[in-house]
Design a protein around this ligand. Structure first.
Ligand code: ADP
Ligand code: MG
Length: 699
């Protein structure tokens, strides 16, 4: 069946076009003002919008509405209310009031607050975010909202993102004014997030308690064929996967998501979807939607979509490249090198702002992607290391070095590059996109932050990038606004910034051991795990930064740190309990059964007087028994330590214990189990193996 994309695209979205068509002019202008400039809506207008929105939603088949929000749990939350309202005489009317649109009361007590919400103030509220369009899905009208406590503190991932956009816009506009761009009214970061995922057959998933509870396998020997042949990357797409992708695209298009690229990824059963970039708040909401739809559409196809960062050891895990750039309402990409000296100067200013921001706040960028799942990926030579650095490509790095040292850039022309006076040599786009090992790469007209985990909400890395860059822009604007000679001052500033922060630039192989040594020499941070990174969240420098820009208060930062640490511990603790369960209920019985089989075979041969060297049974039994003993020892140790784990410990203590004790022991338990698996007969292994799972979608 063919799909008429222009016809279905955005058909389930209460978009600008729909609003323009359906709202009275006054109400439409008011909502545009709210979207563009944050002007609050009057009650009257909100009333009109709610009523028009309801009529539209009912036409699209909605019977319910929900405030859709992104609590700190990492997934989205929704509570559906029907439109019905008793009308007397046992009849109903369909109602959606201004209040229902704008503000929702919510019992916040079951969502993590990290101590922000005292128990006597368990209520929180959701507030409509008109900058992200409402939509209809599964018979409900979804209203994107921010989620706050009654004290106004952010309890979600969206609020700081929205706040960061305000400060970013303000500071970037100040800079553009200095370049004479008075006509620009709005500056907005843009984002395109490339989403990786695994697809496996539901039947194998249902037999793996670890996948069900933890989203990743806790046991499983390497398959005889993994990703070595590199035959999966960009390979022909199997028909079941293709049918899934087709339906996913169609559903996403209906919801106004610009799903663009789809292909097979490196690991068997791994795939990727990339949308066309859009403004960052919408991109962030749409990525959440994409992840949700991946799961629900997979289910319809008898498949399960795994979004965990490392579902399988021995093959690549999944990430999410966060492509970040800056756009103006006049359609200029501020990270695009221009053709005139002035454009180049402006480009260099924004570029250098990003470079200094990343260098100053390596800790925050690492924190923004810290999670139990992502720890298995970062630094494992399949994803960027935990060390943050920037890749600019040789040409651009060369230009910056020349600027810093005042040397001639172009040897042939013997000219010194003067910012604001001379034209930059052309920077070829292609050559800047080849280093796949860099965590933060400039790719022609955008930066690509490659450390983000596949399951993470991109609101967090993005509000952090927005804030740290806004802070640099503020510093630049403060200096340049008072300059007597703009170009001289700009030259001086850019030179000084390059000198100060060039240590963060690295265009070599980020996986190499030399880089680790070199990075250490340069004084760059190497925060290996979530537990190393998170405690730095509420350092004074960070509290001051976020408070200065009104993105997060000190107590909000503190609560976030606590929530993230607790979340980490909960995940590892559940993994430990699941590993113990699987070891007892599945692995021990199957190992014993296989040993019995070997013994029986051995005895039978002897009884029948078969002449044999006894080699095979004895050899296998010897090996397995030795491993089984170590396995059992390891299990007992894990079991004892799990019992020591105390939920009432402070969050950091819990997290440290989880990392250095529970995770370590789980790994050792797994090692023995995986070695035994490789020796055992297939019918004795009583759950699907890696081979079964990774190749479960056959056609
Ligand atoms: P790949 O990284 O696979 O080579 P690209 O780098 O071409 O692919 O694009 C990856 C993503 O970057 C896409 O989602 C694309 O929309 C996004 N992107 C392109 N330009 C911008 C921009 N100016 N701002 C943000 N994202 C962008
Ligand atoms: Mg990319």
């Amino acid at each position: 069946m063919s799909v008429n994309i222009p016809e279905i695209f955005g058909s389930m979205v209460f978009s600008d076009k729909v609003m323009k068509e359906r709202l009275p002019e006054g109400a439409y202008n008011a909502v545009r003002e709210a979207i563009d400039n944050g002007t609050p809506l009057s009650h009257e207008n909100a009333k009109i919008i709610a009523s028009v929105m309801k009529e539209w939603a009912i036409e699209k088949g909605a019977t319910h509405f929900t405030h859709w929000f992104q609590p700190m749990t990492g997934i989205t939350a929704e509570k559906h209310d029907s439109f019905i309202e008793p009308a007397g005489n046992g009849e109903v009317i369909m109602k959606f009031s201004e209040k229902s649109l704008v503000k929702g009361e919510s019992d916040a007590s079951s969502f993590p607050s990290g101590g922000l919400r005292a128990t006597f103030e368990a209520r929180g509220y959701t507030a409509w975010d008109p900058t992200s369009y409402a939509f209809v899905k599964d018979g409900s009208l979804y209203v994107p909202t921010a989620f706050c406590s009654y004290g106004g503190e952010a309890l979600d991932k969206k609020t700081p993102l929205l706040r960061s956009l305000e400060t970013f816009n303000r500071e970037a506009l100040r800079i553009l004014k200095l370049f004479g761009k008075e006509n620009v009214k709005k500056v907005m970061p843009t984002c395109g997030s490339e989403q990786e995922y695994f697809l496996i057959d539901k039947s194998v998933y249902e037999k793996r308690l670890d996948l069900i509870h933890c989203g990743r396998t806790l046991f499983g020997a390497r398959p005889s064929k993994g990703q070595e042949l590199e035959d999966h990357y960009y390979g022909a797409i199997k028909s079941r996967v293709s049918a899934f992708m087709k339906e996913l695209d169609t559903e996403l298009w209906k919801l106004g998501v610009y799903a663009k690229t789809k292909h097979n990824e490196v690991a068997p059963a791994q795939h990727e979807l990339a949308p066309v970039f859009t403004s960052i708040n919408i991109a962030s909401d749409q990525n959440q939607l994409t992840m949700e739809l991946m799961k629900s559409v997979a289910n319809k196809h008898g498949l399960v979509c795994l979004l965990h960062e490392k579902p399988f050891a021995s093959v690549n895990g999944s990430g999410k490249h966060d492509n970040w750039s800056i756009s103006t309402d006049t359609n200029e990409n501020l990270l695009d090198p221009g053709a005139t000296p002035s454009e180049n100067a402006q480009f260099l200013l924004f570029l250098v702002a990003v470079i200094s921001a990343v260098d100053k706040h390596q800790d925050l960028l690492r924190i923004s992607v810290a999670s139990a799942g992502n720890d298995h990926r970062l630094g494992a030579d399949e994803a960027p290391p935990a060390i943050i650095s920037i890749y600019l490509g040789e040409e651009l790095e060369g230009i910056l070095h020349a600027i810093e040292s005042g040397r001639e850039y172009n040897a042939k022309k013997k000219s010194e590059l003067k910012i604001g006076v001379s034209v930059l040599p052309p920077i070829p786009k292609d050559s800047t996109d080849r280093n796949r090992t860099s965590p933060f790469a400039f790719t022609g007209n955008k930066f690509e932050f490659r450390m983000v985990g596949s399951s993470l909400n991109i609101a967090c890395p993005n509000f952090i990038i927005n804030t740290i860059v806004a802070d640099e822009l503020k510093e630049f604007a403060d200096k340049l606004e008072n300059a007597t000679d703009f170009n001289t001052e700009l030259n001086k500033l850019i030179k000084a910034k390059i000198k100060e922060h060039k240590r963060i630039l690295f265009s070599g192989n980020n996986y190499s051991t030399e880089w680790k040594k070199e990075a250490k020499k340069r004084g760059l941070l190497n925060l290996q795990s979530t537990v190393d990174a998170l405690p730095l969240y509420n350092q004074t420098k960070n509290v001051e930064l976020f408070e200065k820009h009104k993105v997060l208060s000190g107590s909000e930062i503190h609560s976030r740190m606590e929530i993230l640490l607790e979340n980490y511990s909960n995940i590892v603790h559940i993994e430990a309990l699941t590993a113990i369960d699987i070891a007892r209920k599945h692995i021990i019985p199957s190992v014993l059964a296989y040993q019995t089989f070997l013994l029986k075979s051995h005895d039978l041969k002897e009884k029948c007087g078969v002449k044999f060297s006894r080699k095979m049974e004895e050899d296998l039994l010897g090996k397995i028994s030795e491993l089984a003993e170590k396995f059992y020892e390891s299990l007992q140790k894990l079991d004892l330590d799990e019992k020591k784990y105390n939920k009432t410990w402070p969050n950091l203590k819990k997290a440290k214990f989880c990392k250095s004790v529970l995770l370590k022991e789980m790994q050792s338990l797994r090692n023995y189990a995986d070695q035994m698996e490789l020796l055992m007969g297939k019918e004795y292994i009583n759950f699907p193996t890696y081979e079964d799972i990774l190749y479960s979608v056959k056609y």
